[in-house]
Design a protein around this ligand. Sequence first.
Ligand SMILES: Cc1cc2nc3c(=O)[nH]c(=O)nc-3n(C[C@H](O)[C@H](O)[C@H](O)COP(=O)(O)OP(=O)(O)OC[C@H]3O[C@@H](n4cnc5c(N)ncnc54)[C@H](O)[C@@H]3O)c2cc1C
Length: 462
Amino acid sequence: MVDLGWDDAADVVIVGGGGAGMRAALAAAKEGSDVVLLEKMDHPGGKTAMSIGIITASETPYQKKAGVKDTHAKHFADLAAMAKAAGQPVDVPATKFMIRECSKEIDALHKLGVKFTGPHPEGPHGTPRMHVIQPDCRDMAEKLVKACKKAKVRIMCNMPGAELVLDAKGEVVGVRADGPDGPKHIQAKAVVLAAGDYSANTAMVKQVAPKLKLAEPLRAFATGDGHRMAMRIGAATRNMARVNTPQMRFPGWPHVEPSPGLVGAGAVLVDGAGKKIKTVLDESVLLPGFEDRWEDIFIVIDKATAARLAKPADDVGPGRDGWVRTGKPFIGTAPKVGYAYLEDCRDWQWHHEARSLAAVARHIKCTTGALEKSLGKGSEGPYHILGPVRRVIANSGGGVSTDFDLNVVTPDGKPIKGLFGAGVNARLISFMGGHGYAFAWAMASGRIAGGNAAKHAKKVKL
Ligand SMILES: Cc1cc2nc3c(=O)[nH]c(=O)nc-3n(C[C@H](O)[C@H](O)[C@H](O)COP(=O)(O)OP(=O)(O)OC[C@H]3O[C@@H](n4cnc5c(N)ncnc54)[C@H](O)[C@@H]3O)c2cc1C
């Protein structure tokens, strides 16, 4: 007998305590598994807790209540049209699977006490499908933590998973975690990788997307540990070159991505010296015209520009539809409201109001003269200042290849026994255009991976 010197044992070990990991933990615990959840940081939540909270779903009770007639088939047709427009092939069974499973999460989360607004319109979808978590994803993540504790999931924080442990047959039998007191070997009948994305792993990003201009990551914890652990034992990966183009995001809550339409309406972007930043507008990616600008940026909106933006009075319903009906720009997709108008920003720390240009200059710490030049003659207050906003890499989209059971697979498609993937760590599809799928996929894949890991664990004797 070989004594592997296990420090702990569980039926299912989950690496990563974001949405996917916690959802997997709950599903495994529901099947009767003893579950250990390893979280690298001092609290679970991950990018899930930072998310805007948009789920694009069909056949939901919210649509029904709002009188919106929708089907998964119509949803699929819209996605297929988007894929065609983007020149991308559609994996029909996988796309249908994701639509169905992601949509189910509206009900599943509702049962955990999570509420939504919507359906809001969601271009280019032909039907309102955007559901927005209430009050926000920080609250939702805490509900998941509470539910995990209630289900007796053993959450271990500051305990990053480091390597998978294999037996002589190459089957996954445990995880090494590198905690504050040194390595801890945890025996497991099944492991779920749910450690989030790799946008903060510069070496990995350089390798998979060499042409991407390297911006700072939105959060440093996203080092792709789950991808690395799986790749090290021969797992296949998919779409690893898919790393979000550096986009503008407010580093403070909420992490809204300002809408490109703002510049079209007259908003001016300035640097810390008050100098205007030239922008180029693109329909899909925000303001990519200033490739090498990585510093704090401020968005200044004067009285005339503010009048051109959508307002709550423009909404008729269901959901935030004023901007669609009028064609006026909104500020960005945002928690709670779906599409934020200027009026909503007053609740957020990165919004400031100033009656005069001198007050704007005082806030930005630049000269009034520089701002006068940037905003041009005729600009009048009151002003709104949004910022600072920075250009960051918010996410990476590649993942470990899985089958429909969320079993991690090798390049020849064979499942690696005992290893499952969820959230950003699980990818079984290439194209899922539009937004509102990453978050829902974290939840849906977590549910499926956790449930199947528990079922696998029942069959394993260690
Ligand atoms: C600002 C922002 C807004 C977004 N808004 C939306 C939206 O509205 N709709 C949408 O569909 N998607 C959105 N997304 C994307 C979506 O939120 C994520 O894709 C999804 O939540 C990822 O879930 P996850 O569980 O896979 O990863 P995460 O939630 O990032 O969880 C990963 C967890 O693993 C932990 N971890 C990392 N390494 C280890 C390790 N070695 N051991 C243990 N733990 C580890 C991390 O600390 C983290 O807690 C947004 C993303 C961002 C950044």
